[in-house]
Design a protein around this ligand. Structure first.
Ligand code: ATP
Length: 293
């Protein structure tokens, strides 16, 4: 199947900076694809090349197998990090103004319902909370009923509740069949929303795949911890076990089997914990530095 959009060997140079250094990936119709990486990794620059806003220094973007052109602009929607909303406009007026820029526009009432804007339609756009502003910016990105919507760090700066609400909204947009490409530096966001992610660092993709598969591939073993007092005196510790700070740490690729063995030797499992590595751990492992630096 032809991917909806494809980045092929994208490079973007600025004076003294290789902002994007050879990025390739494909996004299928209906997928949610995430570019995950720290500040300055090259996510926004990559997105802007996919959107047609920036010209690659080399490489190319293909939309349904064709080189990206102006004709594709009608089929994409963009939620910018900081779209300058017009002053002295209400939410409703702002929506109408953006809708008037396109030949085809979404049903107004459906868009208002989808993005939960009914209660703030008459509010001045300067008086919106962070979450309300992001909802309006998303509605604006969807105003032309795009097949593909780009969200650049859509929840940066939102409080945890507003972030979760926004995730619910993106899930609704996906259920309508819209393809989503987003950038984020929240691994929880990528894990929750994305079918596939590319981990970007220094302008390159250092790992790509579904969040679960990436974590499984790089961390086949789960960490099992239990207090050292829980270990029966007669039993010897398995190879590779670590003891310290009053705890025993064991590694298991098959957690159920390890639990059965522990039960068999008579270990006290009351305070046992199983730690599951996440994308943050993966990022640290791959790059040697934390995601939020
Ligand atoms: N117009 C520009 N001129 C010069 N350098 C730029 C320009 N835009 C971006 N850069 C540099 O390119 C690199 C990648 O920036 P980019 O904004 O794409 O990263 P990012 O991953 O989106 O970061 P953030 O999460 O902060 O938005 C950075 O080093 C940045 O300083």
């Amino acid at each position: 199947m032809t991917p909806l959009i494809e980045a092929r060997e994208l490079v973007r140079l600025y004076p003294g900076v290789r902002a994007v250094d050879g990025i390739s990936f494909m996004v299928e119709k209906g997928q949610c694809y995430g570019l995950l990486g720290p500040n300055g990794a090259g996510k926004t620059t990559t997105l802007e090349m996919l959107e047609g806003i920036q010209t690659p220094t080399s490489g190319a973007v293909y939309f349904e197998g064709q080189p990206l052109s102006r004709a594709h602009a009608e089929r994409i929607g963009i939620q910018f990090q900081a779209t300058a909303l017009q002053e002295f406009q209400t939410v409703g007026e702002s929506l109408d103004m953006f809708a008037s820029l396109y030949r085809q526009s979404a049903d107004r009432n459906e868009l208002i319902r989808l993005c939960n804007l009914a209660d703030i339609l008459n509010r001045d756009t300067r008086k919106l909370s962070g979450g309300q502003r992001q909802r309006l910016l998303l509605a604006i990105a969807l105003v032309n009923e795009p097949q593909l919507v780009f969200l650049d760090e859509p929840t940066t700066g939102l409080d945890p509740q507003a972030r979760r609400n926004f995730w619910g909204l993106i899930e609704r947009v996906r259920r309508l069949g819209t393809t989503v490409i987003l950038t984020t530096h929240y691994m929880e966001e990528a894990e929750r929303l994305c079918d596939r992610i590319a981990i970007v660092d220094h302008g390159r993709i250092i790992a790509e795949g579904s969040p679960e598969a990436l974590v499984r591939q790089h961390f086949p073993a789960r960490v099992i911890r239990l207090p050292d007092t829980a270990w029966p005196d007669h039993a010897s510790l398995p190879e590779g076990a670590l003891v310290g700070n009053g705890e025993i740490e064991l590694y298991a690729e098959d957690v159920s089997r390890m639990l059965a063995e522990l039960e068999h030797i008579g270990a006290d499992l009351t305070e046992l914990r199983v730690a599951t590595p996440n994308l943050e751990d993966l990022f640290l492992k791959l790059t040697g530095h934390a995601l939020r630096t």
